[in-house]
Write a protein that binds this ligand. Structure first.
Ligand SMILES: *Cc1c(COP(=O)(O)O)cnc(C)c1O
Length: 366
């Protein structure tokens, strides 16, 4: 039987290097709460991501919730987002006592269709939460223009966009806030982790720092009702080790994507991801759009028989997270969700592994 190829594989730093990193924790016994590694990683990431302010969090999801909470929206307010994302985006809005309003995506890069946003704005709308899905940057200029015209906040779900540079700027510098995920399955990880970033120049990360620590203020007073969303020292140490390798990890992913592209670009029954030429991509995912839903499902099943595990990412749409589902017209999101498959992609993926996946697709297509 062939070796399993899973959709992703976590990067691991050198074992001895990580052990050396965590050894001092046995002496200091300072395991969390703004420890040495936490502070160092915040500094290193701020530089790497080219952002002014950054606050580490226990995971990306809590980063999204904290970003929303920091803006003090009135309960029941509306946030415009897309349903073509991981359910975390939608759940963060709902769990914050806000109402997600779904906007369709563009068929070419799967990001929010900015031309439809204004039609969804009501007197209850307070924010837009777009997603740089698969690392494809949203139309940040158009979104900023709409937001400033209507007095809305913009919080980017940048979970897929680690380290990307778009039009010469760190992608996390756009909008009022951006949130990254450092989950084990992402391009860069701290086992579990995330970060909220901002370039809006108003010290907003100070709010996040307080909210992630129960809402306690710097002088120990009780402020807003915060939670516990701090990153611990073991996770931060993992992050420091992984950050040293992330450039070469991204290059390795890029080589696998190039190999996939070489093998699949001639096939007219599927479409590959379109990369903006103003983006330095991170090759986070390998989405492939098939002609039909049945073709997608057939390939998905066929690959499984070959021990290859692709993912229907994102299916179903997150509209289902809203129990009181209002009717939405989301033709592009529905179509993408029914036809997309993300293929295995990870740092260190070999040409032979890419070939096996592509052979499987070609055989499956028949
Ligand atoms: C992974 C992910 C999240 C959540 O991040 P966690 O670190 O797993 O909590 C949010 N949004 C998107 C689009 C994601 O892919």
């Amino acid at each position: 039987m062939d070796e399993k190829i899973l959709v992703t594989r976590s990067t691991m730093p050198d074992f001895d290097e990580y052990v050396e990193m965590i050894r001092p924790l046995w002496e200091s016994r300072w395991l969390t709460n703004s420890g040495t590694y936490h502070c160092r990683l915040e500094k290193e990431l701020k530089e790497y991501l080219m952002v002014d302010e950054l606050s580490l969090t226990v995971n990306g999801h809590m980063g999204l919730e904290l970003a929303l909470q920091s803006m003090n929206f009135e309960a029941g307010s509306e946030v415009i987002t897309t349903p073509f994302t991981f359910v975390s985006t939608t759940n963060a809005i709902i769990r914050s006592g806000l109402k997600p309003v779904f906007c369709d995506i563009k068929p070419d890069d799967y990001t929010i269709d900015e031309s439809l946003i204004e039609g969804l704005i009501t007197d209850k709308t307070v924010a837009i939460m777009p997603v740089h899905v698969y690392g494809n940057p949203c139309n940040v200029e158009a979104i900023e223009e709409i937001a400033s015209e209507h007095g809305l906040k913009v919080i980017y779900d940048a979970a897929h966009a680690f380290g990307e540079i778009y039009k010469g700027r760190g992608i996390g510098s756009y909008g009022d806030m951006s949130v990254f995920s450092f989950h084990a399955t992402k391009v860069y990880h701290t086992i579990e982790g995330g970060a909220v970033c901002t370039n809006s120049g108003n010290g907003m990360c100070g709010r996040i720092n307080s909210l992630k620590n129960f809402g306690l203020t710097k002088d120990g007073q009780i402020g807003d009702a915060g939670c516990n969303a701090k990153m611990n020292e073991f996770a931060a140490a993992m992050g420091i080790c992984n950050l040293k390798n992330v450039k070469s990890d991204i290059e390795s992913r890029g080589r696998a994507v190039a190999k996939y592209t070489q093998r699949l670009s001639g096939c007219d029954r599927l479409r590959l991801n379109k990369y903006s030429n103003e983006l330095e991509p991170n090759y986070a995912y390998m989405p492939v759009l098939f002609e039909t839903n049945s073709m997608r499902d057939k390939i998905f099943e066929y690959l499984k028989t070959k021990e290859i595990y692709a993912r229907k990412y994102f299916y179903p749409l997150t509209v289902d997270a809203v129990k009181s589902a209002t009717c939405y017209e989301l033709p592009n999101a529905v179509s993408a969700s029914e036809r997309i498959l993300t293929l295995p992609l990870f740092s260190g993926m070999t040409d032979e592994q890419v070939d096996r996946v592509c052979d499987g697709i070609m055989e499956g297509l028949g």
